[in-house]
Design a protein around this ligand. Structure first.
Ligand code: NAD
Length: 270
């Protein structure tokens, strides 16, 4: 029995990295997936990659609801666009069971308290925090209509530990995601709605690797990771799958660390 058989999932940031691998894995495990992303070109390619991976070719006369996934262009910082994505899930696949609020940015000019521009701070909060709020606001009524469900919000290990390579707005935004997740979990716990935060460590996706563009920058981080390597997006996807599935039915309100041991470490192996 596939682990998400009969479920409909909405994944934001689905055109790349963690969101893309999760969309493909969720579909491989039987879910119908609404892939939402601001990047339409990458989104179209991501949808084709999902189709190829699960072996789907549209038959003549097939409707959108026959496909394992659809792509919708969504800017998560715009409330009406998130609402439209939830509506698309219900209109195309009949319901919504799983919401993975995963889209996020790490702005290249995000820095310390003195140098971070207010516009960078505001944009980061608008996408990383308000995007998660809008995701909850519009998904929860749909999850109620489906009899319950699972919300997964992507936070980060930097919501737990401080980094002397500063990205103050990003770090503050992920701390907000963790706090919001706990409160949502408690509020909705008796409605069969679970809410958990996925806390990736440093992962080998464009978000981080575009920024860690020298070996020196990479090593400055890797010395703090007990496993001595960056994580892979698929490793986050497997964790999101667990939180999305009924296998995690007694888990809500957690900071679900998937970080190679980073937040557990004082001195790492040589
Ligand atoms: P990624 O850059 O590979 O993918 C992010 C996706 O989000 C992209 O497809 C991008 O187009 C999309 N996106 C950006 N802004 C958007 C918006 N306003 N609306 C809709 N989509 C938008 O990055 P990733 O590493 O897969 O990141 C996914 C999540 O994981 C983010 O929330 C990020 O903060 C978090 N995270 C990443 C790391 C890491 O090391 N990569 C570590 C901890 C947390």
């Amino acid at each position: 029995m596939p682990r998400l058989a009969g479920k409909v999932a909405l994944v934001t940031g689905a055109a790349s990295g963690i969101g893309l691998e999760s969309s493909i894995l969720f579909a491989s495990e039987g879910a119908k997936v609404v892939m939402a992303d601001i990047n339409e070109t990458a989104g179209a390619a991501a949808l084709q990659r999902l189709f190829a991976t699960v072996g789907y070719t549209p038959a003549a006369g097939a409707g959108a609801g026959d496909a394992p996934a659809i792509f919708v262009r969504v800017d998560v910082s715009k409330e009406d666009q998130i609402k439209a994505a939830v509506d698309a899930a219900e209109a195309t696949f009949g319901k919504l069971n799983v919401v993975f609020n995963n889209a996020g940015i790490m702005h290249p000019r995000d820095d310390n308290a003195m140098t971070t521009e207010e516009s960078v701070w505001d944009l980061t909060m608008q996408i990383n925090v308000k995007g998660v709020w809008w995701g909850a606001k519009h998904a929860i009524p749909a999850l109620r209509r489906a009899g319950g469900g699972s919300i997964i919000n992507t936070a980060s290990f930097v919501g737990i530990v401080g980094a002397a390579t500063p990205q103050l707005a990003y770090t503050a935004s992920k701390g907000a995601v963790l706090a919001m997740t706990r409160e949502l979990a408690v509020i909705h716990a008796r409605e069969n709605i679970r809410v958990n935060a996925l806390c990736p460590g440093p992962i080998r996706t464009p978000l981080l690797m575009d920024f860690l563009n020298t070996e020196e920058k990479k090593q400055r981080r890797l010395v703090h990771v007990p496993m001595g390597r960056f994580g892979e997006a698929i490793e986050q996807a497997y964790s999101a799958l667990f939180l999305a599935s009924d296998e995690s039915s007694y888990i809500t309100g957690t900071d679900f660390m998937v970080d190679g041991g980073l937040t557990a470490a004082y001195v790492t192996p040589e």
